[in-house]
Write a protein that binds this ligand. Structure first.
Ligand code: GDP
Ligand code: MG
Length: 370
């Protein structure tokens, strides 16, 4: 809490210092002009003048968002949407992610060996789309609990032969709480018992009403297994993305969020990052959660070494001196000294917190397989 002297208080209250001193004396507090007032004295004197003591808002130096520069609206450009696939277990999330990746990534990027970095990017009609392949629920709960919002669009997968299930509802609630638009993917249309009308009917209860029925929710029927309807889904994603007017400034130091991270025997700390703003470059001094370092090497989702990565690009980097957590924010600094200072300060804060409580969740808890 900030302190204030008698003289400073007088200035703030627009009174003579002598008057304040007299008043304080009257209240039983002996003080001189340059003396710091304690909280009680401050309450007393302010009560006397009928003003409320407002606690001074201190900038929390551990909060990286304070270091993110104001955005120049002129520099904002369209960026790819970041999409999360959610839904009940066994309704086809993994199959859909694989299907999209297999049909789209290998096209035109022949020879690329796909790498698991927690997200991948595809190209559709000259536009890029980024898919997170961490479990949708974890992406929302763990990341949002640390204030990170990385998803722009949620795909709600509902199996046409099974309908709305508990985790379907959970997914809807997460997406709604995050105010993320939902596209419903009615999956397993190839199955005999497929009943898309029933899915639509059930979802009206959660205010997800198809356009044909007077609502504004997009429904896409598909079979993830057979790769049918994938193009329709991608088209709808691009449509929603256009409506959302997703923008970022590529022309600045990068910031973003950790998708996942682990310790690799040979390479040390390996972190998958989603660049959300700016351009991340090899060599950049970086603070990530409670750790810091310099981007030593960077690869994309095809395992290809790259030198820079713009907004909405998932990358994997090495060069951090510790392993961050999923959902941690990262910020690039101009010079390494500043990155080190802030990184060390955050490490200290974390140590203190750890002494206080042992409640941090492990990565394994957060990312059970989808
Ligand atoms: P997840 O738990 O939501 O990730 O579901 P999975 O993708 O693992 O799929 C669960 C099961 O449903 C697997 O046996 C898939 O092969 C099957 N499956 C997924 N999509 C389809 C589909 O479109 N049609 C059919 N017939 N089966 C599917
Ligand atoms: Mg799965």
């Amino acid at each position: 809490t900030g302190s204030i002297t008698v003289g400073e208080l007088a200035e703030k209250l627009n009174k003579e210092t002598n008057e304040i001193i007299k008043k304080l004396m009257f209240l039983g507090v002996m003080a001189t002009k340059n003396q710091d007032l304690d909280e009680d004295a401050l309450e007393l004197i302010c009560g006397e003048y009928g003003v409320e003591v407002e606690e001074e808002v201190e900038v929390d130096k551990s909060d990286l968002t304070n270091y993110i520069a104001e955005e120049d609206p002129e520099k904002l450009e369209e960026r790819p949407p970041v999409v999360t696939i959610m839904g009940h277990v066994d309704h086809g999330k993994t199959t859909l992610l694989d299907s999209i990746r297999n049909t789209k990534v290998t096209e035109g990027e022949a020879g690329g060996i796909t790498q698991h970095i927690g997200a991948y990017q595809i190209r559709e009609n000259d536009k890029k789309v980024t898919f997170l392949d961490t479990p949708g629920h974890a992406a929302f709960t763990s990341m949002r609990s640390r204030g990170a919002q990385i998803t722009d669009i949620a795909i709600l997968v509902v199996a046409a032969d099974d309908g709305v299930m508990p985790q379907t509802i959970e997914a809807i609630n997460h997406a709604k709480a995050a105010e993320v638009p939902i596209i419903v993917a009615v999956n397993k249309m190839d199955k005999e018992g497929a009943n898309p009308d029933r899915v639509m009917q059930e979802l009206t209860e959660y205010q997800l009403i198809p356009e044909d029925w007077g609502g504004d929710t997009i429904f896409v029927n598909l079979s993830a297994l057979k790769g049918e309807g994938i193009d329709d889904l991608l088209e709808m994603i691009l449509l929603v993305s256009e409506v959302e007017e997703l923008k970022a400034n590529a022309d600045r130091l990068a910031d973003g969020t950790v998708i996942e991270a682990q310790l690799d025997k040979g390479r040390g700390s390996v972190a998958s990052l989603l660049v959300q703003n700016g351009t991340l470059r090899v060599g950049d001094p970086i603070v990530v959660g409670n750790t810091f370092g310099r981007v030593r090497a960077m690869v994309n989702d095809l395992g290809k070494r790259i030198k820079s990565a713009g907004p909405s690009t998932p990358v994997e980097i090495t060069g951090l001196n510790d392993v961050p957590l999923a959902g941690d924010r990262f910020v690039v600094f101009k010079d390494e000294k500043q990155a080190r200072q802030i990184g060390e300060m955050r490490q200290e804060i974390q140590l203190e917190e750890k002494r206080g409580s042992q409640s941090r969740v492990s990565l394994d808890d957060l990312f059970e397989q989808i």
